[in-house]
Design a protein around this ligand. Structure first.
Ligand code: ACO
Length: 204
């Protein structure tokens, strides 16, 4: 397997891979030539012929950058990587390249897109629909029947009450409690959550 991005996020992905004995970590690749090592792994900077048939995961925390890289490299991406301590209903759909961190819970009939991050200890309740490139941060709670649009970031320990629709490329601040639908690109903080500004996302 190839890990794209020698980041802190990559370190957690390495733990997931080791926790499940999924596959060996064959290469870690990063554009930044000043990074030569991540934990005990060598970091390389150029794609070589021997990497061509390797499945890949993108270890980049920024949602837009993850989307740009996924579209650019057009590789065969791995099935969802799930830490062994995560609890996932069998009645879920989870897209390729998505990573599920330790102690996350995903309940029945939820659907999660490609290249998402479902971070440590977060809860995705039943019948939730999460679009591609979303990040649900540590300890966030997404309750039943919530929908989250592409590229949105749900901050650490935020709570979204049932049935709410979060637009695309939204940022929900850490600790916010979301009780109303949120428009595309909004940045929302507080309890109850209020829109304070809008993200400018180019080339989404
Ligand atoms: C494994 C990992 O580490 S995953 C990483 C998870 N990351 C997170 O959860 C981070 C979530 N990000 C936040 O909460 C950020 O504060 C954001 C994105 C909401 C806002 O960040 P910025 O755009 O830089 O806004 P900025 O810091 O200038 O704050 C703007 C205003 O909102 C307030 N504010 C910012 N964040 C919050 C928050 N979480 N809750 C309440 N108020 C907040 C600020 O106090 C400020 O108020 P003021 O204008 O009255 O002074």
């Amino acid at each position: 397997m190839i890990i794209y991005g020698a980041s802190g996020h990559a370190k957690v992905i390495i733990d997931i891979i080791i926790s499940q004995d999924y596959d060996s970590i064959d290469f870690i690749i990063d554009d930044d030539r000043s990074i030569n090592k991540l934990l005990d792994f060598k970091v390389t900077h150029d794609l070589t012929q021997e990497m061509v048939d390797q499945i890949a995961v993108i270890a980049i925390g920024n949602n837009l950058t993850r989307k740009v890289v996924a579209n650019k490299i057009q590789r065969l991406f791995c099935e969802a990587l799930v830490h062994k301590s995560a609890v996932i209903s069998e009645n879920t759909e989870i897209g390729k390249g998505t990573v599920i961190m330790p102690n996350a819970v995903i309940n029945s009939a939820s659907k999660i897109g490609v290249h998402c991050i479902i971070n440590t200890g977060s809860v995705i309740e039943h019948d939730v629909v999460i679009d591609n490139y979303v990040h649900v941060s540590p300890s966030a709670t997404v309750t039943g029947n919530v929908k989250i649009g592409e590229g949105s970031h749900i901050g650490a320990a935020a709570t979204i009450i049932p049935g709410i629709k979060i637009g695309k490329w939204v940022t929900i601040g850490a600790g916010a409690v979301i009780i109303n639908d949120i428009p595309d690109f909004a940045v929302v903080v507080g309890t109850p959550g209020k829109v304070i500004k809008f993200n400018t996302i180019k080339n989404e």
